[in-house]
Write a new protein. Structure first.
Length: 274
């Protein structure tokens, strides 16, 4: 089946400091012709990283650039490799164009509605490619202007998802591709902030080590430090429909997230420029 969309693939605001915040899973748009093929459950796009723009509403004040996805991950997952290769071989994962939800239920109402290779390629060209082109372009601009760049890939997920992990996930899951995507000293500083946040739990390179974006663009030797933060949604919102933002709850975790980003900026701005 053909794929077309009238929605731009991203929103972007350029900042003034060497930090780009990427939000690849906040998008909720599904073109109507595609939504018609979804189950009722999938039309609610439950696996969205809801409200992260609101949670990170301090980004502009920090001088960060912000890149925000518009389309649902059910259209195409911007944090997967373009060939759809598994990020966690041997573990349960969703694909480049998911056919099942995090609860392991079908995205498509009928087997004949599942996207073909040609449709997957069209979605990749229309949505995935422009997002990544902008991400790479902005990192290159920041690196050229400041001599160094930081990339923060912002995510959130339900705190309990038996398909992917046992029990309850730690609240603040930092991923640096097992140390390959950013300087170990920066990772240690961030973990210290997470672990010392009262009432929250933190881990580095646990169940979530960073997806395609962190792994693809993090290059500390080349002056680009990339970190993924996967937060539990229970830290700031309702985890079930209607997925409401909870300002009083979010107010608890937001300062700790801001401290992490301030630490990232302090690290990259304080280092000698290459």
């Amino acid at each position: 089946m053909a794929f077309t969309t009238a929605e731009p693939p991203f929103r972007f605001r350029q900042g003034t400091r060497p930090l780009l915040i990427s939000m690849p899973h906040v998008g909720t748009h599904v073109p109507p012709a595609l939504a018609a093929r979804f189950t009722d459950e999938a039309r609610h796009v439950p696996d969205t990283d809801w409200h992260l723009e609101r949670l990170y509403d301090f980004a502009d004040a920090l001088g960060a650039s912000v890149l925000v996805a518009t389309h649902s991950r059910y259209v195409v997952d911007l944090n997967r490799p373009p060939d759809g290769a598994s990020l966690y071989p041997g573990q349960s994962v969703t694909g480049l164009c998911p056919v099942d939800t995090f609860d392991d239920t079908p995205v498509y109402a009928n087997a004949g509605d599942v996207p073909t290779d040609e449709e997957i390629a069209a979605r990749r060209d229309a949505v995935w490619q422009p997002y990544h082109a902008k991400l790479a372009e902005e990192l290159a601009r920041i690196r050229a202007q400041h001599g160094v760049a930081a990339l923060w890939d912002a995510h959130s997920i339900r705190s309990v998802l038996p398909r992917f992990f046992e029990g309850k996930l730690p609240d603040l899951n930092l991923g640096t591709a097992n140390g390959a995507s950013c300087d170990p000293a920066l990772a240690a500083t961030l973990l210290g902030i997470a672990e010392s946040a009262p009432g929250y739990t933190g881990v580095l390179n646990g169940r979530f080590k960073g997806g395609h974006i962190t792994r693809q663009y993090g290059n500390p030797a080349g002056g680009v430090h990339a970190v993924q933060l996967e937060m539990t949604q229970s830290s700031y919102m309702q985890e079930q429909l209607p997925f409401d933002y909870l300002p009083e709850v979010a107010a608890g975790v937001q300062p700790h997230v801001r401290r992490m980003l301030e630490a990232v900026l302090a690290f990259v701005e304080g280092r000698p420029k290459n």
